[in-house]
Design a protein around this ligand. Structure first.
Ligand code: NAP
Length: 554
């Protein structure tokens, strides 16, 4: 019956976003008795929630779409090189309908708690309506950026206008015309919003604590002819994504930074700045990720670009980051962002100099003055990567809590399993290959590996799988080592677990959240584990044996 939830499934997937949709497709293909639960009213995950103006891919659309179905690739026409949120959500709905996946999904169902029961090798889930169900395997496809973190400002509840975090931008159109809008934050999200709404509002005041590097998106429509060409090259495109560290089409420039002449470096950067997407970041010299001097020279080049595009020198100066170099965190890609500051109705407030003291009934108060606002937009980021796991009360074997285990930062096996939490799979978990890459490419790798593991267990009658402490320690040490060579380790960003709105994450200790070795290395590592019979994982067939003995005794 539609909407029914049974008391037991072989697999429960939490999350009906990009990963959950692909995960259930693969489970359905195998005929596994599986269910998808999502707290949202509908599918789409990130693309269901983030409806703020300007929300769109930073990956080329045709490298973001699923690669698993030739028919789907042939049918779908991406309209823009970097497709926007409404179109992305339409795409995910199209996929779910085409493969008849909705019948496995239940919405408005939040998983509050999950506890492993050793006796039956089962997970017992509790939903927010009090309902309980069990499953042998729990697959958490909960997203990397799905727990928004508004600031902790005094008086937020007293504001009489409208206010929301960008993640919760209202579904019905928000009237912007004639409105005084304030936005807090200048991360990738705010940079998209600001470029999009600057010419639609009466006044836009940007409250910036630290500036971010950004680069032009250089978006364009995709014509029928171009789409036909893309279709004919899909094999080649996905092969490139498998080959490159970031899982994009953009291949690094393999000339040495220091071997190229200054003129050659400038010529490359001039070319890349005008090209679409992450080329300026990922087709650059590889040294910009690891070598302070190379990074500083390139950052100075981008700073010059900012000065050329922003007319007021003081404003331009404020938009140039000083505490980190270009590309040490995921680079925001923008359209009309810098030009927005040339408009008379856009104002930049440096809250590192004049901090926000509180929200008032009518706007924001900084240390020097009050700002009257109709709308306050909190574009203040997420409890990244581990936040959505912490949001579920997960109790593993022997009563250990996942949130406690990960308090100082996650420790995982391949980013997909955790010692003490048998039969828990995280195809895009912390320390997996997804976060720092083109996300769906990472998803397909992670889901594929999890499916291989499930097939291995099914063939052998195993009912319990858990990585060893040693295997997990080895993986976490490898992930940690990869940070050591990257300048990224120095950045205060969500890649290192920084978030001023979460107690304990304000700064200081790095949380090793993402795998920095790149797609080919990651795929090689997980494939080797599988090829060696899932080395590092201990299997047990106890539950099936116990069930057989019980049946024999009856
Ligand atoms: P973010 O990068 O974490 O940026 C948050 C911003 O809010 C920062 O400027 C931060 O300033 C500021 N902030 C946070 N708390 C504040 C407070 N209490 N007071 C004042 N300022 C505060 O978050 P995001 O912009 O949402 O982006 C997160 C990630 O989402 C991106 O890196 C990207 O991977 C992804 N994303 C992707 C796309 C896409 O194109 N597909 C679009 C948007 C986002 P500080 O730097 O000083 O902390």
């Amino acid at each position: 019956m539609a909407g029914e939830i049974k008391s037991h499934y072989e697999v429960v997937v939490v999350g009906a976003g990009v990963s959950g949709i692909y995960q259930i497709k693969r489970l359905a293909d195998l005929g596994v008795d599986a269910l998808v639960l999502d707290a949202a009213p509908d599918l789409g995950g990130t693309w269901y929630w983030n409806r703020y103006p300007g929300a769109r891919f930073d990956s080329e659309s045709y490298t973001y779409g699923y690669s698993f179905s030739k028919e789907l690739l042939d049918e779908w026409h991406w309209k823009e090189r970097f497709s926007s949120q409404p179109e992305n959500l339409r795409y995910l709905n199209y996929v779910a309908d085409k493969f008849d996946l909705r019948k496995y999904m239940r919405f408005n169902r939040k998983v509050e708690a999950a506890a492993f029961e050793e006796a039956g090798h089962l997970w017992r889930l509790r939903l927010d309506d009090g309902r309980e169900l069990t499953c042998r395997f729990l697959i958490l496809a909960v997203g990397l950026l799905s727990i928004p973190t508004p600031p902790r400002l005094e008086g937020m509840e007293t504001f009489k206008g409208r206010s929301f975090h960008t993640f919760y931008w209202p579904h019905e159109p928000v009237e912007l015309s004639g409105k005084k809008v304030g936005i807090i934050g200048t991360g990738a999200t705010a940079i998209q919003v600001i470029g999009e709404i600057a010419d639609k509002v009466d006044e836009l005041t940007v409250f910036q604590r630290r500036p971010n590097w950004s680069a032009p998106l250089n978006n364009s429509p995709i014509s029928d002819e171009e789409m036909a060409d893309i279709r004919s090259r899909y094999d080649e495109i996905f092969a490139a994504c498998r080959r490159t560290p970031g899982g994009f089409e953009h291949e690094p420039d393999r000339r040495g930074f220091h071997e190229a002449t200054r003129e050659e470096r400038i010529a490359l950067w001039d070319k890349l700045y005008d090209e679409p997407g992450f080329g300026i970041w990922l087709s650059n010299f590889r040294e910009i990720f690891t070598d302070e001097a190379a990074n500083a020279e390139f950052s100075a080049y981008i700073a010059d670009r900012i000065r050329k595009r922003v007319k007021d020198p003081l404003t331009a100066d404020k938009l140039i980051p000083r505490d980190h170099g270009f590309g040490v965190q995921r680079v925001p890609l923008e359209t009309n962002y810098l030009e927005a500051y040339n408009r008379d109705n856009v104002h930049l407030v440096d809250i590192s100099e004049t901090p926000i003291l509180r929200v008032t009934e009518t706007g924001l108060r900084t240390s020097v003055r009050d700002y009257e606002l109709d709308i306050i937009v909190y574009s203040t980021g997420f409890d990244a990567i581990t936040g959505a796991f912490d949001a579920i009360d997960i109790t593993g074997a022997g009563g250990v809590k996942l949130a406690d285990e990960w308090r100082e930062g996650p420790s995982t096996f391949l980013g997909m399993m955790a010692h003490g939490f048998p039969n828990l799979l995280m195809p895009t978990g912390p320390q997996s290959g997804s976060a720092s890459t083109n996300f769906p490419r990472g998803i397909e790798n992670g889901v594929g590996w999890c499916m291989g593991l499930l097939g291995h267990m099914r063939d052998r009658g195993y009912t319990r799988a858990e990585p060893t402490v040693e295997a997990q320690a080895r993986w976490t040490a490898h992930v940690t080592k990869m940070y050591a060579i990257m300048l990224m380790r120095k950045a205060k960003s969500w890649f290192t677990g920084y978030n001023s709105n979460i107690p304990g994450h304000e700064h200081g200790k790095t949380r090793y959240l993402v795998y920095n070795g790149g797609t080919p290395k990651y795929v090689a590592a997980i494939t080797e584990v599988a090829d060696k019979g899932y080395e590092g994982i201990v299997f047990d067939a106890g539950a099936r044996v116990a069930a057989r003995s019980a049946a024999a005794a009856e």
